[in-house]
Design a protein around this ligand. Structure first.
Ligand code: TXA
Ligand code: MG
Length: 352
């Protein structure tokens, strides 16, 4: 499993990349693994209806086998084969947000092996909008299981280079379609409960869903820092998205946050440690020591989301010992950003 030659193929678009995409489809149909870009993060694809193929994903990622995979489709009518009991609201949601960064959970049919769903009787389904992703899914038979294409526990990949770092030698092919658009994983919405429940926040927000179908709940175990309850999405219980350094989130009034980070960075640097700082365009000029990186601008949360995982990986590469990050608003897209940042920090928050 570890000595495979991994082909890395640059694909600019589905027209010029047609031959590569066809070959990727052949690999998938034969039970192999292909990583490909989606609008959220890079995915590690396998034939979702082939239990043996799905099994290879767990081996390549080092993923616990009770953590179910998302099945990716390209057409609404493809839902029929893999799901039962689709509630009416699901069609309204699909109509508005598919294709896009949203996953819905339904009862599964026998067509979906338990090896894909981690033994569950439900299946998570997503219809991505990225054109290369859609072409690869179609070429691979239409039902492609794809978790994020990272080693389990590491930050999710937002470039093909990140995938290569983690999975080179373990999978047949990586399709390099350039950096992703969104940068955090899809919203997961459980449609098997009433009202539907968000198990993982993403770019399709609670507010957007409620405007469409009325009340939507959130899985408190996934949202509340330090909650002892067991998250309903099995993957949310693992320490996830984590850099190797000890990451702390510093929360409070902006001036005090900058002062506190400067003070801690100075102390740790004096002790001989490498310190990283995650600031924003608005604040980076105010940090006085350490390796300071701007994650984006507070004026546009999308710029923060798209750089989050890449910055965590950069600090790994720089061998940072401690990382201090500013905190972000928790409404809209901020909910997804803070959810991932808190998990990356093991919920270590310093209030000033
Ligand atoms: O944006 C995304 O969703 C990306 C791209 C590649 O599509 N995929 C992704 O997959 O993030 P993954 O495997 O890294 O995360 C899937 C999450 C896990 O937390 C898993 O436990 C949860 O979805 N999940 C999958 N099926 C489930 C089910 N039937 N019930 C509850 N949670 C489920
Ligand atoms: Mg993942």
């Amino acid at each position: 499993m570890n000595h495979m030659r991994t082909r890395i193929e640059r694909v600019e678009n589905v027209q010029s990349g047609n031959d590569i995409i066809r070959e990727a489809g052949d690999i998938l149909r034969n039970g192999g693994l292909v990583a490909f870009p989606t609008e959220t993060v890079y995915g590690l694809g396998a034939d979702a209806l082939n239990a043996g193929a799905a099994q290879k994903i767990y081996a390549a990622k080092g993923r616990p086998s009770d953590n179910p995979l998302i099945v990716h489709i390209t057409e609404l009518e493809d839902l029929k084969k893999i799901t039962a009991d689709i509630p009416r609201e699901a069609f309204a949601i699909a109509d508005k947000y598919w294709p896009g960064p949203l996953t819905m959970i339904f009862e599964k049919t026998d067509a979906v092996p338990y090896g894909t769903t981690g033994g569950l009787d439900t299946v998570a389904v997503r219809m991505p909008s990225d054109e290369i992703a859609r072409a690869v899914i179609k070429a691979g038979g239409g039902y492609i299981a794809a978790p994020s294409a990272n080693t389990s526990g590491r930050p999710s990949p937002t470039t093909a280079g990140h995938v290569e770092e983690d999975l080179s030698g373990k999978i047949e092919m990586i399709i390099d379609g350039g950096p992703v658009d969104i940068g955090v994983e899809s919203t997961i919405l459980d449609m098997t409960v009433t009202p539907p429940m968000i198990l993982r926040p993403g770019a399709v927000t609670k507010e957007m869903l409620e405007e469409l179908i009325g009340r939507v709940d959130e899985d408190q175990a996934a949202f509340e820092p330090g909650s002892k309850a067991r998250p309903k999405a099995p993957g949310m219980k693992y320490r996830h998205y984590a850099p190797q350094a000890e990451l702390s989130i510093v929360e409070g009034d902006m001036d005090q946050v900058v002062d506190a980070i400067n003070k801690m960075a100075l102390e740790k640097t004096a002790e001989g440690f490498k310190v990283g700082i995650i600031g924003t365009r608005e604040t980076v000029g105010r940090y006085t020591c350490g390796d300071v990186k701007s994650i984006g601008t507070r004026e546009d949360e999308a710029t923060i989301a798209v750089h989050l995982y890449g910055i965590l990986r950069e600090f790994d590469q720089d061998r940072a010992d401690y990382i201090y990050s500013e905190s972000f608003a928790t409404d809209g897209m901020g909910s997804a950003i803070m959810n991932r940042l808190l998990k990356a920090a093991g919920h270590h928050v310093i209030k000033v």
